[in-house]
Design a protein. Structure first.
Length: 280
């Protein structure tokens, strides 16, 4: 049943991504990021039979197969399946269904800003769902994982450089920097949406508290928030004294109360608060 749900989720992700690209971006000649954006520009400058769907398969599938050893069989199958769903529904929307996406967006008209924002949000939702359920929408991330370390850069930097170069090429080929710049807005909106889909809208906060009054602090925060508390033995290097490290997770609305309790109980306590992407 888990496998069925897994592929149902990837199917939904592919459909959503196809809607974002074909309904908002393609009609006004804005570009997605990565291989999807590359496929869009190639579809515009090649014969009509070489459509967006064809390039999505031609460019993405070999990349996923190339990364098979690095990413594993399960990921590769999921990613290829997602791209096939994305390609099929992109073809369905542009060539089969009675939806006119040849001149302007059916929902946002010719407003470039609306198309850029909502195209990025919708396609980013599809990409985020694909990643969350073990697949991928774009082969450029596989290349980034393989080559970024060899080039001495991060995966995110590799993808960003690729997209910036892509948008510059789009601006030169189409002789319109407005479209290239709005495509960067699309990329930013999609990137933020992917983060929200993968990591959640309401991220928790983890607090690391180093104190000499662990019993008092643990008692108060345990009673206040009704959660468990983890303590670890620690040692202050400069003070050369024994201390206790308290690890505690709260939501963002509880951070202020936590600070208040710690400051009131031990004003000399050291507190570090960071975001938590997932709690299992």
């Amino acid at each position: 049943m888990k496998k069925y749900y897994h592929f149902i989720a990837l199917t939904i992700a592919g459909i959503i991504n196809a809607l974002g690209v074909t309904i908002f971006l393609t009609p006004v000649e804005l570009y997605d990021s990565g291989i999807s954006g590359t496929s869009m520009i190639l579809a515009q400058i090649t014969p009509p039979w070489l459509s967006l769907s064809v390039f999505l398969i031609i460019l993405n599938v070999p990349m996923f197969l190339y990364g098979l050893k690095k990413q594993g069989k399960e990921f590769t199958i999921s990613a290829i399946y997602t791209v096939l769903v994305y390609s099929f529904f992109a073809w369905l929307i542009t060539d089969i269904l009675p939806i006119d996406v040849s001149i302007m967006s059916p929902l946002a008209g010719s407003d470039l800003f609306l198309c850029a924002i909502f195209g990025g949000i919708v396609s980013g939702t599809g990409s985020g769902l694909a990643i969350r359920f073990g697949g991928a929408m774009d082969g450029i991330e596989v290349l980034a994982i393989i080559f970024a370390k060899k080039l001495g850069i991060t995966v995110g930097t590799f993808v960003m450089i690729y997209n910036v170069v892509l948008y510059i090429i789009c601006g030169i080929i189409m002789q319109s920097w407005i479209l290239a710049l709005y495509s960067m807005v699309t990329y930013a909106a999609a990137l933020k949406t992917i983060d929200y889909i993968i990591e959640g809208f309401d991220r928790a906060k983890s607090a690391m508290i180093i104190t000499e009054k662990p019993e008092e602090i643990c008692k108060q925060i345990s009673e206040e928030f009704e959660n468990g508390v983890t303590t670890l033995d620690a040692h202050g290097y400069y003070s050369d004294t024994a201390k206790t490290m308290i690890y505690f997770v709260v939501n963002r609305f509880q951070v202020g109360k936590l600070k208040e309790i710690v400051h009131r109980t031990d004003p000399r306590a050291y507190v570090s608060i960071t975001e938590v992407a997932d709690i299992l």
